[in-house]
Ligand binder design. Structure first.
Ligand SMILES: [Zn+2]
Length: 270
């Protein structure tokens, strides 16, 4: 088993960076929670722990102590930047050489995230951050855009962006630690549909692509009935339908609700 420790930056009384109506502590928790559920749902040889799973105050010492006591193989710290720049960057500890295993892991994650995050590439860097210095295992800290940059912040508000950034981190970790994907087992249990009502077209399209990649049959259904001379418009509502079974439906409803699709529900197929 590969032990992955995920550290959503800040939390509780420490909001982290703030800007454009959002707080770093909330975005880091959304990204980290999505990373956790993708790892647990889709990989077989991985164990995951988080430094926090809610809006809790956790000190830097507590974070590294938890990971060290557990004997994690990897410490992944998720942050959002601020201070007048824009774009994505990641860090390993200053004492590490570019030939180190940690630097290799950093490059692997960087390559995956930068192709998905849709932000300026600020590069792979080194710093003397507490979580990088005091953790006994390989550790990488990612700064996923600037909260005080309007363009970066508007991406952070989008659940599809959060999910694709999380998935890119996961693919990086998969490659660096040789994680094994779970086999999609054909199930004999009751067929169910998982439904998210009322999505924008682009959300439905992104989710269909994601769930097809995960081995499901998924469909975006237009909810509007068009007259003979009417054309689809950007704001028209769509519904996402995923075909699955009862057991998967239960998990997917929980996953999608955590990801911000609060109106997700499961429906038995008659
Ligand atoms: Zn931070």
């Amino acid at each position: 088993m590969v032990k992955i420790f995920i550290d959503p930056g800040h939390g509780g009384t420490d909001s982290g960076a703030v800007g454009n109506g959002i707080q770093e502590k909330n975005i880091t928790l959304q990204i980290a929670s999505a990373i956790q559920s993708i790892l647990i749902n889709e990989y077989s040889n991985v164990e995951v722990r988080m430094s926090r799973t809610g809006d809790e105050t956790v000190s830097l010492n507590q974070r590294t102590n938890m990971a060290n006591a557990w004997g994690a193989d990897f410490f992944l710290s998720i942050h959002i930047n601020s201070g007048g720049g824009r774009g994505y960057e990641d860090f390993i500890h200053s004492n590490l050489s570019s030939a180190s295993r940690t630097a290799q892991i950093q490059r692997t994650i960087h390559l995956e995230v930068i192709t998905k995050i849709d932000m300026v590439d600020r590069g792979s860097k080194k710093a003397d951050f507490h979580v990088l210095r005091e953790s006994n295992m390989d550790a990488v800290l990612t700064e996923n855009g600037f909260i005080d940059n309007a363009e970066d912040a508007s991406k952070m508000k989008n659940p599809a962006w959060v999910n694709s950034v999380a998935r890119a981190h996961v693919v990086g970790v998969e490659k660096a630690f040789n994680l094994q994907r779970k086999l999609q087992v054909q199930s004999q249990s009751t067929p169910y549909k998982v439904i998210i009502p009322n999505l924008a077209f682009w959300q439905a399209r992104a989710l269909v692509a994601e769930f097809e990649q995960r081995g499901f049959r998924a469909q975006g259904v237009a909810l509007k009935i068009y007259g003979p001379n009417e054309r689809a418009a950007a704001g028209d509502p769509y519904m996402l339908v995923i075909d699955t079974d009862f057991e998967n439906a239960k998990q997917l409803v929980i996953e999608l609700k955590t990801r911000g699709y609060s109106r997700t529900y499961g429906e038995k197929i008659l």
